[in-house]
Design a protein around this ligand. Structure first.
Ligand SMILES: [Fe+2]
Length: 268
């Protein structure tokens, strides 16, 4: 497989310093960006957390977005002129506790991947707050919804998580799986996440892969390692689509292309 430098695009990470649980400092941010570039990532869409429930009212929400954008611009200034840096674009990871919270957020044109239609959304870990209703609300607002790490939720009421996730996709959601879930044993997310991630690949229901890199506390810049692992299981073409082609389309405000099912057992 051609792992040409700069081909990959990372859509989900926490490298903006001091604004969420990710990078604690600009020094670590620059170190992480350099690591992304070494891993073959040419474009990083930064996705600091945006939790509308913590910023009640339009003014408070705007102020939080101002804060995130100012920190992002500081990173851009620090990266400018340095060698071995990926290109950067501004985005957010929206914590959707319920549909009402997210309805407020998607009205702001600054919210979205690279200023486009796509919104990266994370649900409550236990899936409180009716995710399906949230998906429909985002779609009704004329936006595309990219659901973060579907393989990592707990699915408390669903005997088969794939059924639930299929309903999300049927309602118009796109699914972004974490790279760590596709490493041996699911990395920090465990074997349950690993099994579900491979099942989703088997159904052709993964639309993009991304790091969700959380700084030194949870380093997840694993693009080449995961590309090689998928290729070793007959998924070289899927790896390129999921790490390069589709993320690049999303950053460019274009819909992902269908990804052929990868019929491989969970690697032992
Ligand atoms: Fe995240």
């Amino acid at each position: 497989m051609d792992l040409q430098a700069g081909r990959f695009v990372d859509l989900h990470n926490h490298v903006v310093p001091g604004v969420d649980g990710g990078s604690p400092s600009l020094v670590e941010t620059i170190r992480s960006l350099r690591a992304f570039r070494s891993e073959g990532v040419g474009v990083v869409a930064v996705t600091p957390h945006l939790d509308p429930a913590r910023h009640a009212g339009t003014w408070a929400l705007r102020r939080r977005l101002d804060e995130l954008q100012a920190s992002y611009e500081m990173v851009c200034d620090a990266a400018a002129g340095r060698l071995h840096m990926p290109a950067l674009t501004f985005s957010q990871e929206v914590h959707a506790r319920d549909a009402d919270a997210v309805r407020r957020v998607v009205e702001d044109p600054r919210v979205g991947v690279g200023g486009g239609r796509f919104v990266l959304v994370e649900f409550d870990a236990e899936l409180a707050g009716e995710p399906l209703k949230t998906i429909r609300t985002v779609r009704a607002a004329g936006r595309e919804i990219l659901v973060a790490h579907p393989e990592r939720y707990h699915f408390p009421w669903s005997p088969d998580p794939l059924d639930t996730l299929r309903r999300w996709v049927d309602a118009g959601a796109w699914l972004q799986v974490s790279l760590g879930s596709l490493t041996d044993g699911g990395g920090p997310y465990g074997e349950g996440a690993e099994r579900l991630a491979w099942s989703l690949l088997g159904e052709g229901m993964v639309h993009a892969l991304a790091s969700d890199h959380l700084g030194g506390a949870r380093p997840q810049i694993l693009h080449r390692a995961v590309a090689r692992r998928l290729a070793a299981h007959g998924g070289g073409a899927q790896a390129l689509q999921l790490l390069a082609g589709n993320p690049r389309r999303i950053v460019g405000d274009r819909l992902p292309e269908p990804v052929p099912p990868l019929r491989a057992a969970v690697p032992a």
